[in-house]
Design a protein around this ligand. Structure first.
Ligand code: GRF
Length: 207
């Protein structure tokens, strides 16, 4: 049998995604192990929840460092544990992913990328934008990350229908229910070797 996939989880907020992954792992439904949770905010609810679950948590505080120092500390924190896969789970800072980590970083976004992603597109803003655009469906996307916000090779998407009169709060709940299935499923596909990062999919370097 394959060894469980070693995960590092990057968070900035609520931690529901992390809790879901850990619950799936403990239930024997996800062949993985969370080696460390790294938070960009010490006051994130996710820090508390992850600790309650007995997970190893490290904070690399975005607000206390300039970008260069933050990038360096974050990269060091990621590299300090042997990770097969680095999962962004509500991580709101941009991490300049070093070459040795490219292809091993994934993210979940609460919309059907490539639409409704990018800097500043998180939380309710995403769902409000989807509704303002008059869309009749939304969903979530799990993707490999490159060095742009919400960008990179798509692993899978799950869709939801948007009924007339749906509010942003209702849409958020519908999409999150799909996220609870989508992220473990994407990790399982990677663990089983069914999905691989295609280097050709990376964003061309600029400058
Ligand atoms: C999720 O909606 C996810 O799609 C997005 O951030 C949210 C994370 O929620 N990337 P939480 O912090 O895990 O509660």
């Amino acid at each position: 049998m394959n060894q469980p996939l070693k995960l590092v989880v990057l968070i900035s907020g609520g931690g529901r995604t992390t809790v879901n992954l850990q619950e799936r792992i403990l239930a024997g439904r996800l062949p993985a192990r969370i080696e460390r949770v790294i938070s960009s905010r010490s006051d994130a609810r996710g820090v508390e929840l992850a600790k309650q679950l007995g997970l190893s948590v490290v904070v690399v505080e975005r607000a206390s460092h300039d970008d260069e120092a933050f990038q360096q500390l974050l990269t060091e924190a990621v590299r300090s544990v042997p990770a097969d896969l680095i999962c962004m789970a509500g991580f709101l800072s941009l991490w300049r992913i070093p070459e040795d980590c490219l292809g091993r970083v994934i993210n979940i976004h609460p919309a059907l990328l490539p639409d409704f992603g990018g800097k500043g597109m998180y939380g309710h803003r995403v769902h409000e934008a989807v509704l303002a655009a008059g869309r009749v469906e939304s969903g979530c996307t799990v993707h490999f990350c490159d060095n742009e916000y919400d960008h990179g090779q798509i692993i899978l998407q799950r869709k939801v229908a948007i009924p007339p009169g749906c509010s942003a709060t209702e849409l958020a709940a519908k999409v999150f229910a799909e996220e609870l299935e989508a992220y473990p499923e994407a990790i399982r596909l990677i663990a089983e070797g069914c999905v691989r990062w295609r280097e050709a999919s990376r964003t061309a370097p600029t400058g």
